[in-house]
Design a protein around this ligand. Structure first.
Ligand SMILES: Nc1nc2c(c(=O)[nH]1)N[C@H]1C(S)=C(S)[C@@H](COP(=O)(O)O)O[C@H]1N2
Ligand SMILES: [Mo]
Length: 300
């Protein structure tokens, strides 16, 4: 492992040809053929048009800064993000407090353009920069008994004004099964459009799981715990019949209060139309195997 920061792929190198580009392919292309990334990514089937920076950074869910979509952009500037430490503990060989800048020194940063689908039935397309969660977990060394990964957001009501209200049980917590966490589509995002990730989007580091509803993608992560039990999640605690542990994007399983069969694309202005929601948010080929044999109505 032990790659240095190599954020030498420009936006144009990988945009907008790919929804998901294998890092090793890109890096091999860069090293071997100079301008090869274009050739590699243009072979991908689908073109995704990312939302513009302004939309991605002004229409947010981040309840630590308020419950309205415009609140995070208004209030998140109060958050101090340096220094930042991510504690990794539980069933790992090397538990400890990992300084964010040391983590960054050891990760290969790449760009991934992912569909992002909120449980409220809207969606965007976001060009993230970040690294695979697997690479971070490998730093800490996951023990064989570990089956789940629990995540926790910062608790700092002095700076996170929304935490003064009991809209959720703070701190915000989320979880993944270990195989979901290790999947190459699962990333820790540290940037958008090649810039450091804005505070309203979860600075300095947030999870992104593109085949799940947005609330799984926990922001401003300060703690990651490997465990052998399914961890609690904030939205499941607040409404267990509405939000399950898995929360895979699934057009055939409706939220009890609204349909999940279609979505409204944000940022399209007057011409925005609803579109049909895809199974696993369009990543079915890549992730359906994780859930083989599971009843996805029961494990929603
Ligand atoms: N800590 C924390 N993480 C969070 C949330 C939150 O309220 N607090 N909201 C979630 C929800 S519901 C969504 S849809 C996405 C929104 O991410 P975005 O604002 O970057 O689009 O963040 C998720 N991560
Ligand atoms: Mo969401």
């Amino acid at each position: 492992m032990a790659h240095r920061w190599t954020n030498d792929l420009t936006h144009d190198d990988v945009t907008p040809h790919a929804t998901y580009v294998n890092r090793r392919q890109i890096m091999a292309g860069v090293a071997g053929l100079g301008l090869a990334p274009l050739a590699v990514t243009s072979a991908k089937a689908e073109t995704l048009e990312p939302n513009d920076y302004e939309t991605i950074t002004s229409y947010n869910n981040f309840y630590e800064f308020g419950t309205r979509k415009e609140d995070p952009a208004k209030h998140a500037h109060r958050l101090t993000t340096t220094p930042w430490t991510v504690t990794i503990d539980g069933l790992v060989d090397r538990p400890g407090n990992y300084a964010f800048k040391d983590i960054m020194d050891q990760m290969t940063i790449e760009e991934r353009i992912y569909r992002f689908r909120c449980v409220e039935a809207w969606s965007m397309v976001v060009p993230w920069n970040g690294f695979e969660l697997k690479d971070l977990l490998d730093l800490a060394g996951v023990k064989t008994e570990a089956k789940y990964v629990a995540f926790e957001t910062l608790y700092r009501p002095k700076e996170m004004v929304g935490q003064r209200y009991a809209v959720l049980d703070w701190p915000y917590v989320e979880g993944l099964r270990l195989d979901e966490a290790m999947h190459p589509l699962t990333i820790m995002a540290t940037g958008i459009y090649g810039k450091d990730i804005p505070k309203q989007n979860g600075a300095p580091v947030r999870l992104v799981v593109p085949w799940k509803y947005g609330f799984k993608s926990i922001k401003s992560v300060v703690k990651i715990t490997l465990t052998d039990k399914e961890p609690p999640t904030s939205w499941n605690q607040s409404g267990p019949s509405e939000y399950g542990f898995y929360s895979n994007v699934n057009p055939t399983v409706d939220h009890p209060r609204w349909s999940q069969a279609s979505e409204r694309t944000i940022g399209g202005g007057l011409f925005a139309k609803r579109k049909e929601t895809l199974m696993f948010n369009g990543y079915e080929q890549e992730v359906a195997g994780l859930y083989e044999g599971m009843d996805l109505r029961k494990f929603y």
